[in-house]
Design a protein around this ligand. Structure first.
Ligand SMILES: [Zn+2]
Length: 130
């Protein structure tokens, strides 16, 4: 099991990177596309301000790029080795996988990005921003 206190816990369970208690995104269901990318402004438990500085989450683009490339490579390997598709034929499964996983990679890239800057600190509970 993934334990509270690890960055993976915060990333996989949509939790605040500092206290691992409050929710990060408003909606837990990634398929409610109208709300899936809405974030809380602050953590409801420890008060951490998620938008650390203006346009902080532009950096998540790089994480998203990395996730997308990794998925494309994995899909390419599966479609060429597993299904004997040619390079051109493998474009269809690659594009399909990237479209289907786009909501996940967008959400994960944001929460991974903030986890690069904010560490687990349960003692901050109840404290307001600093
Ligand atoms: Zn928190």
């Amino acid at each position: 099991m993934i334990k509270k206190g690890t960055k993976l816990y915060s990333i996989l369970f949509n939790k605040c990177p500092r206290c691992h208690e409050g929710d990060f995104m408003v909606e837990n269901n990634v398929f409610k596309l109208n709300k899936a990318f809405k974030m809380h402004e602050n953590c409801s438990v420890c008060g951490l301000k998620y938008m650390i500085e203006p346009s902080f989450f532009y950096g998540a683009m790089y994480v998203n790029y990395g996730l997308t490339v990794a998925l494309a490579i994995i899909t390419f390997i599966i479609s060429t080795v597993g299904f004997n598709l040619t390079l051109v034929q493998s474009f269809i499964p690659i594009v399909s996988v990237l479209i289907v996983t786009a909501p996940f990679t967008l959400r994960f890239s944001r929460i991974i990005w903030i986890n690069l800057f904010v560490g687990f600190n349960p003692t901050k509970r109840g404290a307001k921003n600093e």
